[in-house]
Design a protein around this ligand. Structure first.
Ligand code: SF4
Length: 431
């Protein structure tokens, strides 16, 4: 049968959106957001900020997991007092991740009355729905911007539909009521979210903020709502955009909803830094939100954080869980090593490992990986061919296949990504 193609099929790739570029700094560390910077991963602690040690430890965990910016809540004078100590603890531990202060209701007072806090933070999040009401609103917003100017910090105007500026919403609803054909309620809400963000950003600029040092977000908890709002927000401005689905939920639901919403927008070039707002399950590490954010970017081909492990789902051709266990073991091992390997083995994060369950797709998939193993399925000869750089390199047999493959992966990494890279290739081929 002849192919109907007259042109090659273009590979899919995320589009680029032009945006200004913000710089978030701490010491020598500069995290750029927007412009030509890679999409950044950020996260937020859930410790009580008053607990400086506990908060510093969690910030360190998040940073080691790959979070490039970490936000902490600054909700009381006691919390604001602890911020410089949190920063100091991190500096002592050699963790230079920039800290973002999350302010609501009293940010104007905290940033003014606790200058050490204002200085120790690298960026301020301002929620225009929570800066004050009536004539206090602009004054208190201006006080926060003054602090940002004084300490030379970027700000995020972070609008959230759960705390939307009620005065603005009421005004837009009045205007809507006068329309010949009124918009739907949710369309008025979209407009209010975007208007609140852009008006506040313009006001910040009128007060002296540099255009590129203002980031925006308009978070909602519905996937289709988020897509609608961010498409329009991206169309109306070039501020760097912080993207996230607010209150995404727990576990599978939160992960899937965040991935779907952000995946669609990131593919359209919308989003310069992302946060996955996952509710941790009891006992689950806070770092899970960083892992998922990184996986979203890696799945789209936007970034590489950890070597990827391709594993088949298994089916009736596999009656044991050997390949599932091996895939998990390898994946856990690669992730655990990354904080050290990032420095020791530059480029290792792009490596691909395959762990497959039987001969149907095992050899083919393994050949596409840098190193892959095709385990024997039910009824197959108990042998596991290993493929390295697309070539069958050796066959493992017996009860120790998992450990031997593990050693081969380590060996491959050392030889390919180690400082003394052996360009002559690997001496592992025995067949
Ligand atoms: S590779 Fe084999 S075991 Fe894995 S899903 Fe495919 S047919 Fe099933």
């Amino acid at each position: 049968m002849n192919s109907e193609a007259s042109l090659p099929i273009a590979p899919a790739a995320p589009r680029a959106r032009r945006s200004a570029q913000a710089s978030v700094r701490w010491g020598a560390r500069v995290v750029t957001v927007g412009g030509d910077a890679p999409v950044r991963v950020q996260s937020m602690t859930n410790t009580d900020t008053v607990d400086a040690i506990g908060t510093a430890i969690q910030v360190k965990e998040l940073a080691l997991a790959g979070s490039e910016l970490v936000r902490i809540t600054v909700n009381t004078p006691e919390a604001a007092q602890q911020v410089p100590y949190i920063r100091e603890q991190l500096d002592r531990m050699g963790v230079d991740v920039p800290l973002i202060g999350d302010f609501h209701y009293n940010g104007h007072r905290l940033l003014t009355e606790f200058p050490d806090c204002a200085q120790a933070l690298s960026k301020y999040r301002i929620n225009p729905g929570n800066v004050g009401k009536g004539d206090k609103k602009d004054r208190q917003f201006a006080q926060m911007i003054e602090a940002a100017l004084k300490w030379d910090k970027p700000v995020r105007i972070g609008v959230n539909w759960g705390s939307l500026d009620q005065e603005l919403l009421a005004q837009l609803m009045d205007e809507n009521a006068r329309r010949a054909v009124p918009w739907e309620g949710r369309q008025v809400m979209y407009e209010a979210l975007i208007t609140s963000a852009i008006q506040s950003a313009r006001l910040a600029e009128e007060l002296g903020m540099r255009h590129e040092q203002v980031l925006l977000s308009c978070k909602v908890s519905g996937v289709q709502d988020l897509i609608a709002v961010y498409r329009e927000l991206a169309r109306r401005c070039d501020y760097p955009l912080h993207l996230g689905l607010t209150e995404a939920g727990m576990a599978t639901k939160g992960t899937v909803a965040s991935s779907v919403a952000m995946g669609i927008l990131l593919q359209e070039g919308i989003g310069d830094t992302i946060r996955v707002s996952l509710t941790p399950q009891p006992g689950e590490s806070r770092t899970q939100e960083v892992v998922i954010a990184a996986e979203i970017l890696q799945a789209l081909g936007l970034r590489s954080f950890v070597p990827s492990v391709t594993a088949c789902p298994g089916c009736g051709r596999t009656t044991s869980t050997t390949f599932q266990e091996l895939a998990k073991q390898i994946d856990d091992y690669l992730r655990a090593q990354m904080p050290v390997w990032r420095v020791k083995y530059p480029g290792v994060e792009k490596m691909k490992v395959a762990v497959m369950g039987c001969i149907v797709n095992g050899p083919g998939e393994s050949k596409h990986a840098d190193i892959g193993i095709s385990l024997p399925g039910t009824g197959e000869t108990p042998a596991a061919p290993v493929f390295i750089d697309g070539q069958k390199a050796l066959t493992l047999r017996g009860d120790n296949i998992a450990n031997e493959f593990h050693a081969l992966v380590e060996n491959y990494i050392e030889k390919r990504f180690g400082a003394m890279t052996n360009d002559a290739g690997l001496a592992l081929h025995d067949e």
